[in-house]
Design a binder for this molecule. Structure first.
Ligand code: LUZ
Ligand code: MOS
Length: 768
């Protein structure tokens, strides 16, 4: 089944925040952000701004009617800065004017005097100064201290990954409309309608039942709107509450890039020990997470880094520690993979270091250490593994032996072009790591014309979740998909939702839809049994008809629905689902946090231009564990998008903050994302179809985040190509591998030297 949004998308008819018709009298808000990264506000001068044309009001923290606080996990984030500013762009004032342009012109006239304080941008500096947002955490399996003695080989190193801009096509924004008796209707581009509702409640002082957050769809989220839509929605709602006027704020791209958090950069230390047979015996890793200036979701992201620190491998002795480091950057936040990719990069770096030092192919070490069913993860859960199945199928299907051979002969025959390949296994846990978030609800109405309206807590953000929800309803009722409509996501219809996140949205909300529809079906069958004078178990609903055994009756869907209505039987249902059997004890760091894991293996194949440092992604070939995919077209789209986004993070996307905490890569002229020219020339996706029982909806496994991590293979493929050109060069584990870094590595130039002296490097010679 096609994505139900495809035709309105192509025709430009799909509704996003900016397509909602404006009510007359709507005011436009724009935030004034701190010009410096850290300091104390000595004075704030609004006088000139207040006299600018069209300006109606400028709000500061003094105007906040509730608590000046929007922090979700830790209450450490004011809605509007009071005295202390922690990052460049931190909102200090909110200007309201009759037009968007007038509000922006007025923002430029605000002046603020800030006494500067020292700026920290590096997580290791923050940790050294004791700037931790939450306590460090350590996951342990076995005993690493004792295990080093059993190791024949031990390698240590440092591995760094940079941030990543979400670059959803639709920027952040909200539109608040006053209702009677202080109520507010709020359109928000958010993955978490309830998160927005809670932030508005806290900062305005209004009860949650007065706040209707309504979301039709987003133009992308990728985690950036899991928590960080709250700020803009809360500002609009506050202004609406005070002024009793509709208020809209839709961020410009440059505001969005400068003011919102990104994927967390990490710096990590690793130590890996292997035995004679290249089995990994011990692994120690310390993660320094660059959380930015407030907690946001960082503690949860850090936890997932620890959960995925051994990726798809079984390692009997593990000690993994993580620090959540406070720096003066915008608070970093959820981003597809949620800390998992950062953890996986480090174990892959450790394996690459071992492989390069021992002169073996990394794939040999990877293959020997893949987990098996029954193996224990450091957090206590036992694997139900498809790791070997994916790896072996990829090797056979894509004939990786021949590819290896071709790469070697290409490299022998070419001086200035080198190829590199890498395999990237992935194992990703499905469920929110915070157990209580694994619940969802659905509200299903069957109308008397036979049409069906479905509401869930799921937010459509391009991932196709509404199409999947529709499939669940149509299949459970056994009716045509055209009869079913997915309604917008509204906190008035579905309460206390978890954000659409953690790859778990279709599973959680889909199960709730299934339960609601099944309950209605059971009532309809009882009605049919009654009118046909048979037992309920003789009846089934198939293709819009009641069947008696295998005999079709003349009771078609609408007739049955109408009969149920006439008999005063309920045609509506509200259902609740919570993932069974999951638990986690953070004091012991043990439990069974995930409903299941998703597995896969990718082969990434690249060619480097060794004169220029540029490169091309030749192919990405994947075997992915879909379970039993309920929508192969949507799932394939998720994999393709995830791969390209992962490759972008690992290769060309470079977030640059200067030492004063200002974002230098603040526009698409300086921040490069993959485009149609840089996507792999070939993406092959093979479905590992398994029939294992699992907790996914219709056994169709979650697909949102896992494929991003295939992109990590691009980094290691590039590394292998560079080493084919210059086998003795030293390449720091420092992603992204931009063309500049490739060039330096090809000629073994220490990047620190260039950056320090800002001079031309002499002696670059092409050899061979
Ligand atoms: N969000 C969250 C997530 O709050 N908890 C999670 O475990 C998670 N995992 C992935 C993506 N978003
Ligand atoms: Mo996400 S990182 O699943 O919002």
């Amino acid at each position: 089944m096609k994505n139900i949004d495809s035709s309105t998308h192509v025709r430009g008819e799909s509704i996003y925040l900016d397509d909602i018709p404006l009510i007359r009298g709507t005011l436009f808000g724009v935030a004034f952000g701190s010009p410096v990264a850290h300091g104390i506000i000595r004075s704030l001068d609004l006088t000139e701004a207040e006299t600018m044309p069209g300006v109606v009001r400028i709000l500061t923290y003094k105007d906040v009617t509730g608590e000046n606080q929007i922090g979700g996990i830790v209450p450490d984030e004011p809605l509007l800065a009071e005295h202390h500013v922690h990052y460049c762009g931190m909102p200090i004032a909110f200007v309201l004017a009759e037009t968007d342009n007038e509000a922006r012109a007025a923002v430029k006239k605000i002046t603020v005097t800030i006494e500067p304080l020292p700026v920290i941008t590096d997580p290791r500096d923050a940790q050294a100064k004791g700037e931790l947002i939450v306590r460090p955490r350590t996951f342990r399996l076995g005993e690493t201290a004792a295990a080093w003695e059993q190791c024949t080989y031990i390698f240590e190193g440092v591995a760094d990954t940079n941030g990543q801009e979400h670059l959803y096509i639709e920027t952040q924004g909200a539109y608040a409309i006053p209702q009677e008796n202080n109520g507010i209707k709020l359109y928000s581009s958010t993955q978490g309608p309830t998160a927005v509702q809670r932030a508005v409640t806290k900062s305005s002082g209004l009860p949650m039942h007065q706040i209707d957050v309504d979301v039709t769809r987003l133009g992308g989220g990728f985690g950036g709107k899991e928590d960080q839509a709250n700020m803009w929605a809360a500002l609009c709602a506050l202004a609406t509450h005070i002024l009793k006027k509709p208020v809209k704020y839709s961020l410009h791209r440059l505001e969005d890039m400068a003011m919102t958090g990104k994927r967390h950069p990490y710096s990590s230390d690793f130590k890996i020990g292997l035995d004679n047979d290249l089995k990994i015996i011990a692994y120690e890793v310390t993660f320094y997470q660059n959380a930015g200036a407030a907690a946001d979701l960082s503690p949860a992201v850090m936890e997932r880094t620890l959960f995925h620190c051994t990726n798809s491998y079984f390692i009997p002795n593990v000690t993994a520690t993580a620090f959540c480091c406070r720096t003066n950057l915008p608070p970093n936040t959820a981003f597809r993979g949620f800390g998992g990719p950062q953890g996986m990069f480090v174990i892959e770096a450790a394996i690459a270091k071992a492989a390069e030092s021992l002169g073996v192919d990394a794939a040999v070490i990877q293959a020997k250490n893949l987990n098996k069913t029954g193996d224990e993860f450091p957090y206590g859960q036992k694997a139900e593994s498809e790791a070997h199945a994916c790896w072996t199928k990829a090797e056979e299907l894509y004939d990786i032996e021949t590819i290896r051979h071709n790469v070697a002969s290409f490299n022998a025959a070419n001086v200035l072009y080198k190829k590199g390949i890498a395999l990237m296994p992935v194992c990703f846990g499905i469920s929110f790591t915070n157990t209580r978030m694994n619940q969802a609800r659905a509200l299903v109405h069957v109308y008397t014309d036979g049409s069906v309206g479905v509401s869930t807590g799921a937010v459509e953000m391009g991932q196709g979740v509404n199409t999947k929800m529709l499939q669940v309803a149509a299949q459970t009722f056994s009716i045509q998909p055209e009869r079913v409509k997915l309604q917008s996501t509204s906190t008035y219809r579905i309460a206390n939702t978890s954000p659409s996140a953690a790859s778990a949205t279709a599973d959680l909300n889909g199960r709730a839809v299934q339960i609601a529809c099944t309950d209605i079906v059971n009532r309809l069958k009882a009605v049919a049994a009654d009118v046909l004078q048979v037992r309920v178990d003789e009846i089934s609903l198939q293709d819009e008809y009641i069947y008696l055994g295998d005999k079709k009756t003349d009771w078609y869907w609408q007739r049955l629905v109408m009969e149920a209505y006439a008999k005063r039987v309920s045609l509506s249902e509200h259902a609740h689902y919570s993932t069974p059997d999951i638990h986690y004890d953070a004091t012991k760091e043990k439990g069974h946090p995930f409903a299941y894991h998703v597995y896969g293996t990718a082969l990434v194949d690249v060619t480097v231009d060794c004169l220029r440092g540029t490169y091309e992604m030749e192919a990405v070939k994947v075997v992915h564990d879909f379970g039993a995919s309920m929508n192969p077209m949507i799932d394939r789209g998720q994999i393709e998008g995830g791969i390209v986004q992962g490759i972008g993070w690992m290769t060309m996307e470079e977030v640059v903050f200067d030492k004063s905490g200002r974002l230098r890569s603040n526009a698409l002229s300086t921040y490069k994302v993959p485009d149609i020219y840089s996507v792999p020339k070939e993406i092959a996706i093979n479905f590992l179809e398994t029939q294992q029982d699992n907790l996914a909806i219709f056994r169709s496994k979650a697909v949102g985040e896992p494929p991003l991590m295939y992109g990590i293979g691009a980094y290691f493929a590039l590394r292998n190509a560079i080493l084919a050109f210059n086998p003795t060069t030293t390449i720091p584990f420092d992603a992204p591998m931009t063309p500049e870094k490739v060039l330096l590595a090809l000629y073994d130039v220490n990047p620190a030297l260039i950056l320090a002296n800002d001079q031309t490097v002499k002696g670059l010679e092409v050899t061979g």
